[in-house]
Write a protein that binds this ligand. Structure first.
Ligand code: PGA
Length: 250
C-alpha cells in the first residue's frame, strides 16, 4: 500500500510575509489529516523560515532543485547538503521549467538525481511530454527516455525510495488538466516501465500527478489506481486550496 503524498511547489512566488501566513495555514490544516503526507517546496531563500514553522509538525519540506555538485565554485547554486542542513526531506529534480527554461538535459537531471539520492534526500523526479509530443503520439516514449537516463546513471534499483511526478508540460500552469483516464494510462505505463527493471520497487514507488491539479479535480485524479498524490503549483499558494487537495489525498 502506497501512502499518498501531496507536495506544493511554490516556484518563485511569495514574500517573507506571505509565506509565513501560508505555511502557518498549512501546518494548522495538516493537523486534521491522516493517511496522507503533506510537503511544501518553497523558494530556497525561504526554506529556513518555513522549517522554523514546520519543525515538530507533520508537514515535510523540500527544495525545488539541487546542484549536481556538493560544494565549491558554483556561483548561484544551492547544494543538496545545504538543503539537508535545513531538514529538507525532498528535492524536486528535473521539473519541466528547469528542463525547458534552463536547458537541463536528461543527463544533467540524472546527475542531479544521483547527487540527491546519495545525500539521503528523496528525489521527486519530474517527467512529462509537451503538447507537440502528445499530439505526435510519443508520450510514452518521452517518459521512458527521461526515466532511462536515470537507470543509465544509477542502475536497475535507481528508483528505490524515490518519488516520480508525471507532469504533462501542456497541463502545467495552463488550467488544462489531463483527464483521470489520460493520467492513469501514463502512470500505469510508468509503473510497468519501472517493473521491467525491478517489480518490487515499481510497486512501491509513489507516482504523483502534476499539472493544474486543484480542489475540484484532485479527488478523481488521486482516486486512480496508479496515481499516488500530486505535485501542486498554483493551487498550493493558498492554504485553503492546498489543504483541500491534501484532503482529497486522504
Ligand atoms: P500547476 O504546476 O499546478 O500550477 O500546473 C504544477 C507544477 O509545475 O509542479
Amino acid at each position: 500500500m502506497r501512502t499518498p503524498l501531496v507536495a506544493g511547489n511554490w516556484k518563485m512566488n511569495g514574500s517573507r510575509e506571505s509565506i509565513k501566513e501560508l505555511i502557518n495555514g498549512v501546518v494548522e490544516g495538516a493537523k486534521s489529516l491522516t493517511g496522507v503526507v503533506v510537503a511544501v517546496c518553497p523558494p530556497s531563500i525561504y526554506i529556513a523560515d518555513v522549517t522554523a514553522v514546520t519543525s515538530g509538525s507533520s508537514v515535510e519540506v523540500g527544495s525545488q532543485d539541487a546542484c549536481t555538485e556538493l560544494k565549491g565554485a558554483f556561483t548561484g547554486e544551492t547544494s543538496i547538503e545545504m538543503v539537508k542542513d535545513f531538514s529538507c526531506k525532498y528535492a524536486i529534480i528535473g521539473h519541466s521549467e528547469r528542463r525547458s527554461i534552463y536547458g537541463e538535459t536528461d543527463e544533467v537531471v540524472a546527475e542531479k538525481f544521483t547527487t540527491v539520492k546519495n545525500s539521503g534526500v528523496i528525489p521527486i523526479f519530474c517527467i512529462g511530454e509537451t503538447l507537440e509530443e502528445r499530439e505526435g503520439g510519443i508520450t510514452e516514449e518521452v517518459c521512458a527516455r527521461q526515466i532511462d537516463a536515470v537507470f543509465a546513471a544509477q542502475g536497475d534499483d535507481a528508483f528505490a525510495g524515490s518519488v516520480i511526478a508525471y507532469e504533462p508540460v501542456w497541463a502545467i500552469g495552463t488550467g488544462k488538466t489531463a483527464s483521470p483516464e489520460q493520467a492513469q494510462s501514463v502512470h500505469a505505463f510508468i509503473r510497468q516501465h519501472l517493473a521491467k527493471r525491478n517489480a518490487d520497487i515499481a510497486e512501491k514507488v509513489q507516482i504523483l500527478y502534476g499539472g493544474s491539479m486543484n480542489p475540484a479535480n484532485a479527488k478523481e485524479l488521486i482516486g486512480q489506481p496508479d496515481i499516488d498524490g500530486g505535485l501542486i503549483g498554483g493551487a498550493s499558494l493558498k492554504a485553503e486550496d492546498f489543504m483541500a487537495v491534501c484532503q482529497a489525498g486522504q
